[in-house]
Design a protein around this ligand. Structure first.
Ligand code: ZN
Length: 499
């Protein structure tokens, strides 16, 4: 039996962690949106110190022992035991790292973000490479401290998506490659879909007006709990269910990029907002895993946002904003163009069919990087070769090649595969949603919230209460299978291109 005094201590500890977490999230949002770059070094040093304080709290040996006791205590309720287990698991991964090393690595990743940004603007990978080298060195050292018998990359995969490893992803990606590369070749050989009108001149200010006055209200992104900003690399952060921040990027030569990225990020924010408020401030109040989070954003982006029904409700307003560019374009042509598969350089702008191939490339590179088959000096060459082999495109520069993603400068490895896995979760979840409710009617008639309410009831509200496979089971009544995803893509693109 755990004493009241100890349980109170645990509650105080949770509150303190959530306070640091909130401060760090706000600082990070600020850094990636509006903070003047010259203040970077000053801010980064203090941000790293704050991270160190949070680290000390999270790895406090006395709390660690208490969490260990709590997670196995049958007298405690299921929510509390689950939360204690998750805090304990997190601490068990980091308690072995000396605090000074943790703090300096936090500072390094903050500096690396600025270096990545400079390198990207200068189109020069060599400016970023020394930072990447150090980040990888740190990662290897930190994972070494854990003393696990699993490979470093397996541990990274498991950290991002508990239960996953190289063997499981290898099987998934073998099917992705085996089924989608031949499909893409057929699509590329078929008569192309005209997408030229999506790339006329669409001034950012007007895109912003459409987004803020029409799209965000349609998505029920309520300013009382959500706020959208702009950034180089769109993301969503939150401090609690009632404070979610999304970002987007307006491209004047692409009218749908910011729209689909907004639908995507608002999908993440809605997930966080819909988690049962009784979990607020504790570890249960987070999406359960990276792939589950991504499943919700990609479900909104691809399985709702790219449908004909969605555009029946939204195209007239877009046309009204851009009468010269879109006035004469029939709705059917617009929807077809928005779904066209065209191999390109950028993951963030990729269509549904080529997207998982962008992920396969990153997965294979990370695997080779951490299993020691390649080094940072080979990355750009390997990257460009894989783009040629899988997507058939030549990479003309670093900016749109090896430097396009922010993840590695943040020390985030093993995360990319969750994007593809999340798409596969989404396919299975939406399949069940369509059995339960009339999704197209909801989208067509401006009742996007009916879809969100279904997700809230079946997925969102749980937060971290169950692990991802269990949530899939509860939501769909079945074990997870990626066949829904690959079947959907085959069906969709066979129809779209009359293959
Ligand atoms: Zn996302």
């Amino acid at each position: 039996m755990i004493s009241e005094e100890k349980l109170q201590k645990y509650q105080d500890w949770i509150f303190q962690i959530s306070a640091y977490q909130m401060a760090l999230a706000l600082i990070s949002i600020d850094k990636m949106t509006v903070a003047p770059p010259a203040g970077g070094p000053y801010r980064d040093a203090r941000t790293a110190w704050l991270s160190g304080e949070k680290f000390s709290l999270e790895t406090d040996p006395e709390m660690f022992r208490l969490l260990q006791e709590m997670k196995d205590d049958p007298d405690l309720d299921g929510d509390t035991r689950r939360a204690a287990y998750l805090y304990w698991r997190k601490a068990s991964h980091t308690i072995c790292i000396p605090k000074e090393e943790f703090v300096s690595s936090e500072e390094l990743t903050n500096q690396a973000y600025d270096a990545w940004y400079r390198a990207k603007m200068a189109d020069d990978y060599s400016l970023f490479r020394p930072y990447l080298e150090k980040i990888i060195e740190n990662k290897k050292k930190f994972y070494g401290y854990r003393g696990s018998s699993a490979s470093i990359y397996d541990q990274m995969l498991d950290d991002n998506e508990p239960g996953m490893n190289e063997a499981k992803y290898d099987a998934f990606f073998a099917d992705v490659k085996g089924r989608l590369i031949p499909l893409l070749r057929k699509v590329c050989a078929a008569a192309p879909i005209d997408t030229s009108f999506l790339h006329r001149n669409y001034p950012a200010a007007q895109q912003k007006k459409f987004t803020e006055e029409h799209l965000l209200p349609y998505l029920n992104y309520d300013p009382s709990w959500g706020y959208q900003n702009e950034t180089e690399h769109p993301f969503t952060y939150w401090t609690c269910e009632n404070d979610c921040r999304t970002t987007t990027k307006y491209l004047p030569d692409n009218v749908t990029a910011a729209i689909f990225s907004t639908v995507h990020e608002v999908g993440h924010a809605t997930f966080e907002h819909d988690i049962d408020p009784k979990y607020d401030g504790m570890i249960l109040s987070e999406g359960v895993s990276a792939a589950m989070h991504e499943s919700q954003s990609r479900l909104c982006e691809n399985y709702l946002g790219r449908t004909h029904a969605f555009w029946e409700a939204n195209f007239p307003a877009l046309q009204a904003e851009f009468p010269d560019q879109l006035g004469g374009i029939p709705l059917d042509d617009f929807v077809r163009a928005s779904n066209a598969a065209i191999p390109g350089l950028l993951r963030l702008e990729a269509d549904e069919l080529t997207y998982p191939l962008h992920i396969v490339i990153r997965y294979e590179i990370e695997k080779d990087l951490f299993d020691g088959r390649i080094g940072t000096e080979d990355l750009e060459k390997v990257w460009n070769e894989k783009y040629r082999e899988y997507l058939g495109v030549e990479v003309p520069n670093s900016r749109d090649g090896i430097l396009q993603d922010v993840h590695w400068c943040e020390g985030s490895f093993g995360y990319f595969p969750t994007y593809a896995l999340g798409s596969a979760y989404a396919a299975q979840i939406v399949h069940k949603m369509r059995e339960d409710i009339d999704v197209d009617e909801a989208l067509r008639s401006g009742h996007y919230e009916r879809c969100m309410n279904w997700l809230k009831e079946n997925v969102h509200r749980y937060g971290c209460r169950y692990d991802a496979p269990e949530i899939i089971r509860r939501a769909t009544g079945e074990e997870f299978s990626w066949n829904y995803y690959l079947d959907d893509l085959e069906r969709k693109y066979t129809e779209l291109y009359h293959l």
